[in-house]
Design a protein around this ligand. Structure first.
Ligand SMILES: Nc1ncnc2c1ncn2[C@@H]1O[C@H](COP(=O)(O)OP(=O)(O)OP(=O)(O)O)[C@@H](O)[C@H]1O
Length: 308
């Protein structure tokens, strides 16, 4: 049995463009999402192939080439055998606007043969308790999205695939969905979370795959992806003189909002250079690159949505 819940190899999807050209949406993608719970970010700019990849995994689009496995089983061939363990929110699900969120979930539970007790659990998990008896049409966008996630939880999935679940939400809604997703990952569900909004994903994901133009750019543990400290923030009383001393020692240093940013990973080298010049620092803070910076550096050379 594979210890990967999702595995693709050389996955490719081509579309014919209107002009008769070939648009390559996914270009030989190798995706590996480990089992065991936690949130895996599936990151890439708009048009980089995330939705197309997810649609292929769920049997909603046919690959042009390559192989895919879910829970070690080849899909789409064995999809009927594994789909019961997969929950997905790819497009907005159709709920009845005049029924309450709870009633909508109860009807769904009956259709898929899930016990009614799962409805209570799902409502509690997504934090809709107290609002579950309100009509769906009165829900905020964030509540609608949480109900969509609750619907996927009815079958108690081991893998949850969420395509841009915070699209169109305000900051409060984003925070609510983020907390829900984080909680699911901590409860042992493996979540594939696609997004082009990095800052928000960084707080939720333990591991991530970054794609650009349908290709794999980087993959791994978020901490490993971001690497160690590459710069330090330094506060010294004599900032101008310190800038000169650091530059004289061959370090790249720039003034930045009452402090100096030094591009060096070795804190002791910075303190020594400044100390030798009788400059005593009052603050030294390691700066880690954030996922946004990392992502932009990886993807800014990618041509997006180009016909090939
Ligand atoms: N049915 C289709 N016919 C033609 N081209 C398509 C089709 N579906 C997707 N594409 C193209 O494939 C590329 C990848 O699109 P996709 O929706 O997978 O990207 P995405 O990473 O999910 O983007 P977003 O973040 O905007 O949702 C885009 O250039 C898109 O225009």
């Amino acid at each position: 049995m594979s210890d990967l819940v999702i595995e693709t190899s050389g996955l490719r999807k081509e579309f014919r463009s209107r002009k008769g050209g070939l648009r390559v949406a996914v270009a030989g993608l190798d995706l590996a999402v480990p089992a065991g719970g936690g949130v895996h970010g599936f990151l890439g700019p708009n048009g980089s192939g995330k939705t197309t990849t997810i649609r292929m995994l769920l049997g909603l689009a046919r690959p042009s080439a390559g192989t895919m496995r879910l829970f070690g089983e080849p899909v789409p061939d064995r999809l009927p055998h594994v789909i019961g363990r997969v929950g997905a929110v790819v497009e907005s699900p159709k709920f009845s606007p005049n029924f309450s969120g709870r009633r909508n979930l109860q009807l769904l539970a009956d259709v898929i043969g899930a016990p009614r007790t799962r409805v209570d659990e799902a409502i509690a998990t997504v934090g809709l308790t107290g609002r579950d008896k309100d009509r769906y049409k009165g829900y905020s966008l964030g509540m609608k999205q949480r109900l969509a996630i609750a619907a996927t939880l009815l079958k108690d999935p081991a893998l949850l695939i969420l395509d841009e679940p915070t699209n169109g939400l305000d900051p409060a809604g984003i925070r609510e969905i983020r907390e829900t997703i984080r909680g699911l990952g901590e409860a042992g569900v493996t979540v594939l979370l696609s997004s082009h909004i990095l800052a928000e994903v960084q707080h939720v994901c333990t591991s991530a795959t970054i794609i650009g133009n349908g290709r794999l750019l980087a993959s791994g543990n978020v901490d490993d992806l971001l690497g160690g400290t590459t710069a330090h923030r330094v506060v010294v009383p004599e900032q101008e003189r310190a800038l000169g001393v650091l530059a004289g020692a061959g370090m790249t240093a720039v003034a930045e909002a009452g402090a100096i940013r030094v591009e060096a990973d070795d804190a002791s080298a910075i303190t020594k250079v400044l100390g030798d010049a009788d400059l005593w620092l009052s603050e030294l803070t390691p700066l880690r690159p954030d996922l946004e910076t990392f992502f932009l550096a990886l993807t800014d050379t990618e041509r997006l949505g180009a016909d090939q």
